[in-house]
Write a protein that binds this ligand. Structure first.
Ligand code: GLN
Length: 548
């Protein structure tokens, strides 16, 4: 029997209440007490993983070290906890059904009718318990995607009901997150939606132990008492969670409300440390009280939803905190950028990022943006497709290969400077078949990235099918665009860096997946430094012009 304890986090009233952030915050507070903690997300959709989902349907697809394509909440978990997650940390309904159906086909249930209860719920329970199996964690937090009352999440809720019963008192806890809306017309906070959503949980056999109430305004003791009484929850287990100016403030707010203390008490957890939130508080202070602002243009084609580039935006804010600098990110739709307007659109930016992506829509705008950054000496970071665009641009405009392209966009290009990886040839299925997860990379000494990492060997996470075509490498390097990071096993170019430019780097991997609050990613730190320097130069230039 495992000694791991389980916390389940459900959500009511509406989606987007920030269950992921609340889960990550509580986990971080428990970690600060010396407990080893991990967080799992159960997603109620039928896709086996979010890898096949369009980013503006569901936000960014986050990639773990072990190569799982996962929900973006796992990014929050890693950024808050600073420990890696894995495939086991994200389970979807599709994955559950897939394993049950595979077992059925093998004959594992021979003679039986395969049903939602018990077969699907058993598989859900198995996946939840899996993380606690070898006692690696003191606490496993499981966030249940969706909102209670949704048809899709019913099997998850039923699995939690059964587990709560099977694990016994003190070994599990249900935290329910709801919304207490403020009606400005009457100047009141309303608790009815919370009461109704708790009622739905009760109808499904679950009594929540703790309620976390999202609210715009502070909850009076009367309101807390009312919620406690109508929802059968102890009054000190009614926790308010006010809107915060940065998500990283949420753990501090929840600690003030004693969410961690109550959790520890209710589950009788063996804590070993007095929490020291000093360093975290310092970072929040830096984020809330910046001394300068820099502007970064993020050029991509999924800009309709800011969540599409969640990890990049968070990585920039971590790096910005290092310099007490607010990084103002403007998402720019690459389809809107043309050769004629690129200057007008990007001129105001102190730094440019060309984002990861797939397919040829908006590709020209990305290439124009890379050219603008190279020629105008604006700090540039190209991530995955962003690096590939910088390579195509350089081939066309510096090396004179006018028709250079990636074979992803133009299969017949006579100058395929970016080409399908050998291992990808012959792959026809789309789901989970890219080059995924962490791979090694050797860094050339004396380069800018070497200075950033201060290491000659790194591992970074990937999600791509195409690569730099090494038959062009000599030509690129002779012209000053050098490969400063190379995979030692297969010579794949992982980092390209421009000499004679203040800061122009393209990476085939995704540094944004591994930046955390306490450990901002070295490339983002160095990039923001370059952007900051550039912004100072630009404002000096402006002042000069005014004086003249
Ligand atoms: N579409 C490109 C490839 O598959 C880049 C992928 C990405 O940006 N993540 O190689």
């Amino acid at each position: 029997m495992t000694s791991t304890k389980y916390i389940f986090i459900s959500g009511g009233v509406t989606s987007s209440l920030g269950k992921g952030i609340v889960s990550a915050s509580l986990a971080m507070l428990l970690q600060e007490r010396g407990l080893s903690v991990t967080i799992q997300k159960l997603d109620p959709y039928i896709n086996v993983d979010p890898g096949t989902l369009n980013p503006y349907e569901h936000g960014e697809c986050y990639v773990t070290e072990d190569g799982a394509e996962t929900d973006l909440d796992l990014g929050h978990y890693e950024r808050f906890l600073g420990v890696p997650t894995s495939q086991a940390n994200n389970v979807t309904t599709g994955r559950i059904y897939q394993s049950v159906i595979n077992k059925e086909r093998k004959g594992d249930y021979l003679g039986k009718t395969v049903q939602v209860i018990p077969h699907i719920t058993d598989e859900i329970k198995r996946r939840i318990m899996l993380l606690g199996n070898n006692n690696q964690y003191d606490v496993v937090l499981t966030e249940i995607g969706g909102t209670v009352g949704d048809i899709e999440s019913l099997p998850y809720i039923e699995a939690v009901r059964q587990l709560k019963f099977e694990l016994g008192a003190g070994n599990s806890l249900v935290i329910h997150l709801t919304l207490v809306p403020y009606l400005s017309a009457t100047g009141e906070l309303k608790t009815k939606p919370t009461q109704h959503s708790v009622k739905v949980l009760l109808e499904n056999g679950i009594q929540p132990d703790i309620l976390v109430l999202r609210a715009e305004k502070s909850l009076s003791s009367d309101i807390r008492r009312k919620v406690a009484l109508f929802c059968n929850v102890e009054i000190d287990a009614v926790i308010e969670c006010l809107d915060a100016s940065t998500i990283y403030e949420v753990p501090l707010l929840l600690q003030k409300e004693k969410l961690d203390e109550i959790t520890i008490r209710k589950m009788n957890l063996n804590i070993t440390r007095v929490p020291d939130l000093g360093p975290w508080t310092e970072i929040v202070d830096r984020l809330k009280n910046p001394e300068c602002v820099v502007k970064i243009g993020l050029v991509g084609k999924y800009v309709e939803l800011a969540d599409s580039y969640k990890s990049i935006i968070e990585s920039l804010s971590h790096a910005g905190a290092t310099y007490r600098c607010k990084v103002q990110v403007t998402c720019i739709h690459s389809e809107e950028i043309t050769e004629d307007n690129v200057k007008d659109i990007l001129e105001e930016q102190h730094g440019i990022i060309v984002a990861p992506g797939f397919g040829d829509r908006g590709i020209d705008g990305k290439i124009f943006a890379a050219r603008f950054a190279r020629e105008q000496k604006v700090p540039f970071l190209g991530i995955c497709l962003g690096m590939q665009c910088a390579v195509i641009e350089f081939a066309r405009n510096v090396l004179g290969h006018k028709n250079a392209h990636s074979t992803e966009m133009d299969q017949k290009t006579p100058q395929p400077v970016i080409d399908l990886m050998e291992e990808q040839k012959g792959i026809t299925e789309k789901g989970g078949t890219m080059r995924l997860g962490a791979y090694p990379c050797n860094i050339k000494e004396g380069t800018r990235v070497h200075k950033a990492y201060n290491k000659t060997f790194i591992r970074e996470r990937h999600r791509h099918r195409y690569e730099f075509n090494n038959s062009y490498l000599q030509e690129f390097e002779d012209a000053g665009f050098i490969a400063s990071g190379i995979n030692p096993d297969n010579n794949l170019v992982e980092i390209m860096e421009m000499t004679g430019h203040p800061w122009f780097i393209g990476v085939q991997f995704h540094p944004e997946y591994s930046s955390t609050v306490m450990k901002p990613h070295p490339l983002f730190i160095q990039f923001v430094r370059a952007v900051l320097d550039h912004s100072v130069k630009q404002s000096d230039k402006k002042e000069d012009l005014v004086r003249k």
